[in-house]
Design a protein around this ligand. Structure first.
Ligand code: SF4
Length: 344
């Protein structure tokens, strides 16, 4: 019999579990404490529950953790872990150490529906949503768990296309009965699903990052099909009308492609559309993927683009390329692994 996983359940869901197996209500908070604070691996270690209660719980439930099934390590210290999910599919999780920070980049879906043409995960198509268990397991089962200072939902998949499980995972990360992380240490990235952005902004206090990549409708539509139904203008209107407190940050991700979105006209239009929004642009030099005609601009061109935006009053930074020798582009490693399993 397949047992249900306790790890990844919110406090309310754990209360429902205790009711289902006739345990006293207070046991839910104790279970949460074991799962998220004491990081227990087995129900039997939950020693402030009586032996009888543990036995009752163990009939239908297990903790439900999964160790990574592979890792690639870059010379710059970045590591990419592979986790097996959803019947032999693989997802990627990146661990990125950087001076006194250590960031985990987690996946929210296996594959992706959004079809951005520059993305390897997009080329995989969509295989399924990850459960809150599978999202948080990437964090909990990371060997460097204790070193982590920040978390970004920027791995495989579109987080807001799996909003219920993503919100659950954020609740567990930021609640006092969960991991108790500050929401300001967590950033959720999206291509811009307008309805779900609103829900995310209302129900969570974590930072928002929107993938922009072009300020021009037609060009963005070619890069990111989502622009057909969720335009940048609509996304910016939602952001403009939301009351961001001083702690909460909105940023825009901008992958720079040589000769495509790196002209003075792009700088001018970015300054125009972002006028009045307190934000930051993060420039990412394109990471090559097999079969793509896009080229990565040279580092000096990226610096010039950044400086021009800064001069226009938009705080702009360049995200350092990490893990280039292990396939920095998200989705590359899992595609190779999936193809290997198909060949067996
Ligand atoms: S860039 Fe993000 S949203 Fe677009 S296809 Fe890739 S994973 Fe999906």
């Amino acid at each position: 019999m397949v047992k249900e996983k306790l790890y990844g359940k919110t406090l309310n869901e754990l209360i429902a579990v205790t009711k289902r197996v006739s345990l006293p209500g207070f046991a839910a908070k104790q279970i949460a404490d074991w799962l998220y604070r004491k990081e227990t691996d087995t129900i039997d270690e939950m020693t402030n529950l009586s032996k009888k209660m543990r036995d009752t719980l163990s009939v239908d439930y297990e903790i439900g953790l999964t160790a990574p099934s592979g890792v690639a390590e870059s010379s710059d210290g970045t590591k990419k872990y592979l986790y097996k999910v959803l019947n032999n599919k693989y997802i990627e999780t990146a661990y990125i150490p950087d001076d006194d920070r250590a960031t985990i980049c987690i996946s929210s879906q296996s594959g992706c529906k959004m079809g951005c043409i520059f993305c390897m995960t997009g080329k995989q198509g969509f295989q399924g949503n990850l459960s809150s268990n599978e999202i948080l397991n990437q964090f909990r089962s990371l060997p460097e768990l204790r070193k982590l200072t920040n978390m970004v939902y920027m791995g495989m998949g579109e987080p807001l296309d799996n909003i219920n499980e993503v919100l659950k995972s954020l609740e567990i990360l930021t609640s006092e009965w969960g991991y108790g992380w500050s929401p300001t240490r967590i950033t959720v990235s999206t291509v811009g699903l307008k309805t779900n952005i609103k829900e995310f902004l209302e129900k969570s206090r974590c930072h928002l990052a929107v993938s922009l990549h072009s300020p021009f409708d037609e060009e963005r539509r070619k890069l990111m099909p989502i622009q057909r139904t969720n335009t940048v203008k609509e996304i910016l209107d939602i952001i403009r009308n939301f009351d961001f407190n001083s702690q909460r940050r909105v940023s825009f991700e901008y992958i720079l492609f040589e000769g495509v979105n790196d002209t003075p006209a792009h700088i001018k239009e970015l300054a125009r559309i972002l006028n009045g929004i307190k934000c930051r642009i993060n420039i990412i030099r394109f990471h090559h993927i097999p079969g793509s005609e896009f080229k990565s601009p040279d580092p000096t061109a990226a610096i010039r683009f950044k400086e021009a935006l800064n001069k226009k009053g938009i705080l702009t930074t360049i995200r350092a390329s990490r893990g280039e020798d292990i396939g920095a582009a998200c989705g590359l490693l899992s595609t190779i692994e999936q193809n290997k399993s198909l060949a067996l």
